[in-house]
Structure formats: C-alpha cells, structure tokens
Write a new protein. Structure first.
Length: 419
C-alpha cells in the first residue's frame, strides 16, 4: 500500500475517541482468544485488475495461522476473489463477525492483499481499498475508503491487540511482474497504529512495488512474512519477525529485480508485552452461535451458480470461510493406519468426523491446494485428544475422496467404496 494511503488510515485512526483505561489494561494481560480475517483478491469483476497470487497468499497465510500459530480453524475467516465484495468485507469486519466474536483481551489479525487506489483517482482525493466488485471509475460507491476502514477497525473490533497486515498498492503505471500496481506516493506510516495495541505491517515503502517471486508462486512479502514469524518458533516476537522480514524481502527483490522493496512496521504505540503471533490463547472460546450463521452466508450467496445444491444448502456451524466451485465428496467411513475407525459427515466444503467410542469429534473445511493441484483438509478435533492440522486428500476420477493423508503420517482409507 502506498504511504499516502497509510497516512490516511493513520490520521483516521488517530482522530477517533481514545479507549477507556479498563480497555487499555486488557492489552497488557495474557491473550484470551485469537481471531483473524484474511482477505486476498486475485480475480476481480473487472478482469483488467486481476492479480496473480493475492488469493493464494491469503490462503497460505490462513493456513499458517491455523497450523502454526494456535488459531482455531473456525476462528479464522477467509475471503477470496468473488467472496471478497465490498458488502461482504464490511459485514465481516464491522457487523456480523468480528464485532460478535472479539473481546478486549483477545488478539485479532486482519490481513488484506489487493490493490489500493491513489488519491488522484477520486474527486475528493480519498484513498480506497479495491475489492472484487470495485469499479475504478466509481470508487466512492464501490470501493472501501481508508477512512471507513479505519473507523470500522477502531470502533467495532473489540480487541485491544490488533495486527493489521496490508499488502496493497494504489493505482499508477501498471507493472507486469509486480504484485498489484506501482506505488507513486508516500506517507509516514508512524501515524497509522492507534492506541495501546494496534500494530501495522505494510509490504513496502513509498515509490516501491511489492513484487511476486521468480522462485515460487507467492508474493515475496507474504512468503517472507510467514517464514519470519516462525524464525524463533512459537516464541518469535513481532520485532524479531519484522527484522527477518525486512532483510529477507530486501535481499530477494534486489537479487531478482535489481530494485528495492522495504516492508514497514509501525508498533511505536504498542504498550505492554511485545506481540507474539503464535502465543497459545489462555481462555479459548467456542464460536458464538450468531457467528456460526454468518459463516454460511458467503457459500449460499456468492458464486452460487457454481455450487452444487448440497453446498448451497449448507448449514455447518464452524471452520474458516472459503469458496469452492467444486468440492470433493468426503462423506463416508474410513479406516486409519492407526487402527481407528472414522465416520465423516459433509455439508458443502465443511466436514468432520465422529468417533463415538472415543468421545472424539472433528470439524474442518476442504480447500484447494494449488501448489499440488489438489485439495487439502484443514481441521481441528476435540474430546479425549485435542488438536488441529491439515491433510492432503486423494480423490478418484469422480472427485470422491479415497484417502486422507494427515501431516503427522496417519493415512485414512475409505472402506465404503462399494456403496
């Protein structure tokens, strides 16, 4: 995002009412629970805006939060491409999801990968975030203004620890290999974070572009971001992660392109213990009933023409939101290499298993694994044993799951193939 856009968000945050002392103190105690909204847009209604890896970057970051940072799968909401409309994003951030799940002692992460508009594209000089259905000629009515985004985060997200990750740039001269559009303006990022617990990471400084890698199918920034937050394992602090991120992005972009890209961190207003993204929550809560209903809405209302009737009628009550044009059939019985029997149910892309004899249940969601041209199951389980993880799905020609290969080496083989 250009520094001009960042300044707009900084000023918007700084002019809002300060939090009360009791809320400020919440930012210094242990993290009660963890929530995230992850947004990435590669395919726009206007195809001339399309990007290569923004949606994949978002999916990879979501997977990192779930698999490595103790975010429960149903505490991370993913919006990509057609699901990331102006109405849906504002609803999730300011109405039906974050305001209904976050509490002051929680940690909230908001990640956004897309375009941003320059101020000279608007009659009043306002900067906008470009979403799936944005019309560049009508930014006021179809984009999300930086002022509005800042107000939403400040006034409607209850968490006093908020990490905002912005990988978006404003419109300028198009660059064939950069992620988004070239930056041409600049601002002081130090004004962006607000209050006792807002930290902001953006992908580059003024007059720089955010580049996609020549070595892998990601933006350099997001891949390095994920690697950097794991540099010292689960104890990696924000300061440690950013130091590694900055050096890693600069080194790779200079080596590949001969130009600079320098990520920016603003955390000077953060008070209390330094942010540790992977810190385990001390008082995790189940997803509220009201939020469970919201999680079904994108699957019912977005790209419905591409969803089968089972997915459109889905009423499963947890797991991250992601949208699939086709979803493998996972429902049925499986025998694990550990000698245990699993019965999987399914509603659209959401699924889970039941093991009554052991008192164990699981809930998860099936997503696409583009790097392997297949599907992956992201899930969590509770009962006698609690945990979370991912598994690769092996499907037959009819897109029916025949094997579930867990990251821990356990393999579940379908035993009802004859049905």
């Amino acid at each position: 995002m250009s520094l001009r856009i960042i300044l707009s968000l900084c000023l918007a945050l700084s002019c809002l009412c300060p939090v009360v002392q009791a809320q400020e103190e919440a930012a210094t105690g242990p993290v009660a629970d963890k929530w995230a909204v992850v947004i990435g847009i590669s395919k726009f209604k206007n195809p001339t805006l399309n990007l290569k890896y923004s949606a994949k970057d978002a999916r990879d970051f979501r997977d990192f939060l779930v698999n490595s940072c103790h975010f429960a799968p149903d505490h991370v909401l993913l919006l990509t491409d057609e699901a990331a409309t102006k109405e849906q994003i504002l609803d999730v951030l300011g109405d039906s999801w974050l305001p209904r799940v976050t509490l002051p002692e929680d940690l909230c992460v908001i990640y956004f990968s897309s375009h941003g508009s320059s101020s000279d594209m608007d009659l009043r000089g306002t900067n906008y975030v470009v979403v799936h259905d944005t019309n560049p000629e009508k930014l006021f009515t179809t984009g999300i203004s930086i002022q509005g985004l800042a107000t939403t985060i400040k006034e409607r997200v209850h968490s006093k620890r908020v990490l905002i990750v912005l990988d978006a740039c404003h419109s300028g001269g198009a660059s064939d290999e950069s992620k988004g559009l070239r930056r041409v303006g600049g601002v002081d990022a130090s004004l962006m974070a607000q209050g006792t617990g807002h930290a902001v990471i953006c992908s580059s400084q003024k007059s720089e572009s955010s580049w996609e890698s020549k070595q892998y199918a990601n933006g350099v920034f997001t891949r390095s971001l994920i690697e950097s937050f794991a540099v010292n394992g689960e104890k990696t602090t924000l300061k440690e992660a950013f130091g590694h991120l900055k050096e890693s992005v600069q080194r790779q972009v200079v080596g590949e392109r001969g130009v600079t890209q320098t990520p920016v961190l603003e955390a000077s207003k953060w008070s209390g213990p330094e942010l540790v993204l992977a810190v385990p929550p001390v008082r995790p809560r189940p997803l509220p009933e009201a939020a469970k209903i919201v999680l079904n809405q994108p699957e019912k209302n977005v790209v419905s023409a591409n969803l089968n009737s089972a997915a459109a009628a889905s009423n499963i009550s947890s797991s991250p939101v992601t949208l699939k044009a086709s979803v493998p059939d996972i429902a049925g019985d499986y025998m694990g290499s550990n000698g245990l029997h699993y019965h999987y149910w399914q509603k659209g892309s959401r699924c889970g298993f039941e093991m009554p004899a052991w008192g164990e249940t699981s809930k998860g969601i099936i997503t696409e694994n583009e790097s392997k041209n297949g599907f992956v199951l992201v899930s969590s389980w509770s009962g006698l044993v609690n945990g979370s993880g991912t598994a690769d799905l092996e499907c037959d020609s009819a897109l029916r799951v025949i094997k579930i290969k867990s990251q821990d080496g356990t393999v579940l083989t379908r035993v009802d193939v004859a049905k």
